[in-house]
Design a protein. Structure first.
Length: 97
């Protein structure tokens, strides 16, 4: 559509009709800007929709999904605490005989 407007602009200029050339130029520019905005809207929408998918895949591959490493260590310490034996450290010095 924009090419037709450019051709009309050139024909108007060569014919000496500056008002028609100006209108054709404005129309061509409006079409071009509109198309660029539509393309950018589509790109932004796709990026926004894909960001959720990327986040889910990153979480699935990282420690953020499921148990974190801190929680895993804490669970291991708790499990080890159930199987431990109490002992006392004797700080008294032993006298040699």
């Amino acid at each position: 559509m924009s090419n037709e407007r450019v051709v009309n602009m050139v024909e108007s200029l060569t014919g000496g009709d500056n008002v028609a050339a100006q209108d054709a130029f404005k129309s061509a520019l409006t079409d071009k800007i509109g198309q660029a905005l539509d393309d950018k809207r589509q790109t932004v929408a796709n990026d926004w929709l894909n960001a959720g998918d990327e986040r889910e895949s990153i979480e699935a591959e990282s420690e953020l999904s499921g148990q974190s490493s801190f929680d895993a260590v804490a669970a291991q310490v708790d499990a080890d605490a159930e199987n431990h034996v109490d002992f006392e450290i004797d700080d008294d010095q032993v006298e040699e005989e």
